[in-house]
Write a protein that binds this ligand. Structure first.
Ligand code: T5A
Length: 211
């Protein structure tokens, strides 16, 4: 086992970006490095947070502010009961989505003021910020076509094209603000190219930790 300090890695992207594949590639890297880790997801990742996820994805209607608050309520349970304890125990945490999704979906998608999200981020996330975020950047149409090939759409997936175009803009703004943390991958490419890009990002991140 290597003596790398436990890191918090998150995966982001719009619908059908290929985060499931990306998660496999990341865990293969961590296995190869022999570091202990857990994988998780948002909304969810913990019992109460998974209950909130049900509400978020399968309610008939939710007001945008209710949606934002539920995302952060679920995130708080996830942080307090799963993410912080794992990091404190020396385990890496890889989460399929985290706070950047709230800026992209509730901020840009729903039009909630950025400052409201910043307030909640400060209250709930505080110092538990991701060390690395891999952003799967896919063309909106490509992502939606991929996602359409899967099961029944959830409440958010039923939104129209402009909503998802805005989400892409929201993620672009996050990337612009934090280029050291967020690394963007061309998720339109074929699976082999995507995998190679993720491995390269992970390797560069690890090299940075060793310096
Ligand atoms: N949300 C979440 C918010 O609004 N605010 C928040 O704060 C948070 C945390 C979560 C929803 O909640 C929202 C965002 C979401 O709408 P979810 O079910 O977890 O819901 O959905 P997603 O996170 O969007 O996950 P998806 O399953 O839609 O996207 P993925 O994981 O990116 O897609 P994936 O990997 O299943 O890939 C889709 C298909 O494409 C193929 C795959 O094989 C698969 O069939 N594929 C490729 N095909 C060709 N080339 C490639 N490079 C490919 N990569 C994948």
């Amino acid at each position: 086992m290597t003596d790398l300090k436990a890191q918090f890695v998150t995966l982001e992207g719009s619908e059908g970006a290929g985060k499931t594949t990306a998660m496999h590639v990341i865990t293969e890297c961590l296995d190869a490095w022999q570091v202990p880790y857990i994988t998780s997801r948002e909304p969810g990742g913990e019992y109460n947070a998974e209950q909130i996820r049900e509400l978020l994805l399968h309610s008939e209607h939710l007001d945008a502010k209710t949606e934002l608050l539920l995302m952060f309520a679920a995130r708080n349970e996830h942080l307090v009961k799963v993410i912080r304890p794992a990091l404190a125990a020396g385990k890496w945490v890889v989460s399929d989505r985290f706070v950047d999704a709230s800026y992209a979906y509730q901020g840009y998608g729903r039009g909630i003021e950025w400052s409201n999200i910043e307030f909640l981020e400060q209250m709930i996330v505080a110092e538990t910020q991701p060390d690395l975020t891999i952003l799967m950047d896919v063309d909106t149409q490509v992502g939606l076509e991929r996602a359409a090939n899967r099961s029944v759409k959830d409440r958010i997936e039923k939104e129209a094209m402009p909503f998802f175009e805005n989400i892409k803009k929201g993620y672009a703004k996050r990337l612009q603000a934090e280029p050291h943390r967020i690394k963007s991958i061309d998720a339109n490419a074929n699976l082999t190219a995507v995998k190679n890009d993720i491995v390269a990002v992970m390797q560069a991140f690890k090299n940075g930790l060793n310096q």
